[in-house]
Design a protein around this ligand. Structure first.
Ligand code: ZN
Length: 133
């Protein structure tokens, strides 16, 4: 598989309006608005940083994956996302290597990206997202 760069860091927060004060007001990063991805019960906000971005994630429902993450581990870095050239090919390669995946097939993420998660049990505890845009 060809990994092109770190696409973004996903940070789980309770409240985007509250948390974005640090990222935009204190650090001066551009805030490009929010987007809700209902299938994943999440609202996201992206802040471009050079070639990469910071993604804030807030749950839209108490049973969403981000809410469950915060319940267990508190707010903070939730995933690292690598941009790949071809996500279907990357997933095939990982399956062939016997790597445990959360998503066997890509699903739709924020900004129309195709995304898939690798299980943290296969990565030493890091939730890794692959994304293709
Ligand atoms: Zn992400």
């Amino acid at each position: 598989m060809k990994i092109l760069k770190i696409d973004h860091l996903g940070i789980a927060v309770n409240d985007i309006d509250q948390s974005r004060k640090f990222w935009s007001d204190v650090l001066g990063l551009d805030f490009e608005g929010t987007e809700t991805v209902e299938e994943q019960k999440v609202t996201t906000a992206f802040f471009p940083v050079g070639e990469s971005e910071v993604e804030l994630l807030a749950s839209t429902s108490p049973d969403g994956p981000v809410a469950r993450y915060i319940e267990k581990r508190g707010q903070g870095i939730q995933h690292v996302a690598f941009r790949v050239e071809n996500i279907e090919q990357a997933l095939e390669e990982l399956k062939a290597k016997g790597v445990r995946l959360i998503d066997e097939k890509p699903r739709r993420g924020a900004g129309g990206a195709k995304i898939a998660f690798i299980h943290p049990k296969a990565t030493g505890g890091v939730l890794v997202e692959l994304c293709e845009r």
